[in-house]
Design a protein around this ligand. Sequence first.
Ligand code: ADP
Ligand code: MG
Length: 725
Amino acid sequence: MSKNPRQEAISKISDYIQEESNFSPFETPVTELFGSKVFNIDLMRERLPKAVFKSVKKTIRDGNPLDPEIADIIANAMKDWAIENGATHYTHWFHPLTGLTAEKHDSFISPTETGKVILEFSGKELIKGEPDASSFPSGGIRATFEARGYTAWDVTSPAFLRDTTLCIPTAFVSYTGEALDKKTPLLRSMDALSEQALRILKLFGNTTATRVTTTVGPEQEYFMIDKNFYNLRPDLIATGRTVYGARPPKGQESEDHYFGSIRERILEVMKDVEADLWALGVNAKTRHNEVAPSQYELAPIFTTTNVAMDHNQLIMDTLKKVANRHGLACLLHEKPFAGINGSGKHNNWSMGSNDGQNLLEPGHNPHENAQFLVFLVSVIRAVHIHGDLLRVSISNPGNDHRLGANEAPPAIISIFLGDQLNDIIEQLEKGEAKSSINGADMKIGVSTLPHLPMDSGDRNRTSPFAFTGNKFEFRAVPSSLSLGDPNCFLNTIVADSLKVIADQLENEMKAGSTLEKSVQKVLTETIKKHKAIIFNGDNYSDEWREEAEKRGLPNFRTLVDAMPSLINEKNIKVFEDHKVLSKRELEARFIIQLEAYIKTINQEGLVTLDIGKRQILPACLKYQTALSKSIQNVKAVVGDSEMTPQVNLLKEITVLINKFIVALDSLEDALNHDSGSTELEHAKHFRDDVIPKMTACREVADSLETLVDNELWPLPTYAEMLYIV
Ligand code: ADP
Ligand code: MG
């Protein structure tokens, strides 16, 4: 008898020969490797005429468009470097609204009259590309306008080499200038924030800063399982998550995985991932086991947001590719396994000025403290007014399984400040407070802030948006999502708060008030209005849910609940005021995101049906037949009276099988149901009808899994996938 494919997979893994990392720090020192595949500022200095280099540097520093006059010279230098390093092709690498990255490779070759080729790359080709845009989602933007779109180099993110292709990070827009990607609005939001933050810095007497950029350090969580198991799971292949699977006998309860010693096989993957990333100039810094079995994390050192966004896509892509080389599958889905911790991407975010200040770092003297508090309170105000937008920005179908699942932050957006900072804020609210837990008088411009601890002891792991000493950690971001939206939305709403507060301060000072008095007044008023967003307690508790409702904080449980906030009047206004996204662009995104949701759930429904009908049901029927045959045979020997328990087992299995058939039929009906005329109605049908019916199929099948002969069960089990590596 041939082996069950699961058992074959297991035997392949035990025969598995350790695939060693091909990176050796002795052969290639990390300092040499780092950035070796990036056309960075040093290479530009080396290879460009002085005047040209100066002009590019200025462009990068100020975030301006590139001067077309010098584009040819840069393109040529870039091409020479790329070819010396083995490149044959180039691509404009961009972030379409699918949330992935896209690349179309063109070779450098250009024919000569003698039938040979030369390798060419012009300034025009560097600055602008014209991918056939029609297959990317545009939410109707291209339907009524020019069908083409073009890509434009984001000069602030350097070009890099992947394999034999020169990749030029780009933004993707329509010919009418509307954003068709995740990068364009992010860059616009960074400009908006810079403009407003500089106004505040000026009020504090700063004459050196000319640009404020937001910085991000994202902590990427992921699972890795053996490819042999992955290949036997059509659900993982099609949707990234298991739609069937009973809990393993050894659950996560033991929690012995977190920060545990890393398995050799996994470590070899991590080494190769890091080597690839370092060559691409990605600051991969931290690697460790995560809480769930077979779950890991990779965190880079923070950098400018648009570069962090590019790097994060490279991290996700590299993890997948390298895992595959080592016979593993990397799962980036938010919830690959029900009942086991999901994956997120903690988005550590701050603002920094180009004269070297972290604007969310408490200062050393009263003047710096006052400035810090203005920036801090601006964020508090922004999150209070636009928490609904932040909730939209972290919505994807996978995160619906994760948010509020007692492992991830809840769907209610609130801010954690920690005891000390909270005490300071409470004093500021009262105006000139006289005491604090540290004995410091919080009088703006006069008193010094107590030293704020930065260690993680003070961390509230249940908060979706926590202040962690010199930055905010936006913890609700899902693992597979592009960093584009969460950061674009965050930058925009903070830019808006900074604008309002700068206006107020300027008005106070025009009316003759001092900076200190103005700051004190504006902060006190702002805190009074917006402190409802601050919550330092347990975000998982039922009391918080009730309390949050009393405070008027929205609790959007699912993507479908959250989405309409994207296009409410308040939020359209904030995006339009800061020229980040127009109403039309927002409406397009609203449609695209709902369409993506519908597609995803539909796919999950279809794969649930397919596996159910063609794999699980046949296995169950085989077992049922075997059992009934066995009962008949045994009965003939021992007689009826002894058979009751076995007959009961057969009955139990029969009841479940019948239930399963009914559940599958009902899911099939729901999938075929023509629902609603708008995307929102359609999405609601998937949320309210399809998902519960999928869950119903799963519940029955998972019960059957615990009863049916292990030899017959067609799908690798949770225990196998999570523990056999
Ligand atoms: P954790 O305990 O959560 O791992 P760390 O201090 O190690 O905290 O930092 C986590 C992430 O925060 C890292 O990726 C780090 O680069 C990032 N980070 C630190 N400072 C900043 C900053 N100013 N802006 C953005 N991210 C930052
Ligand atoms: Mg963290």
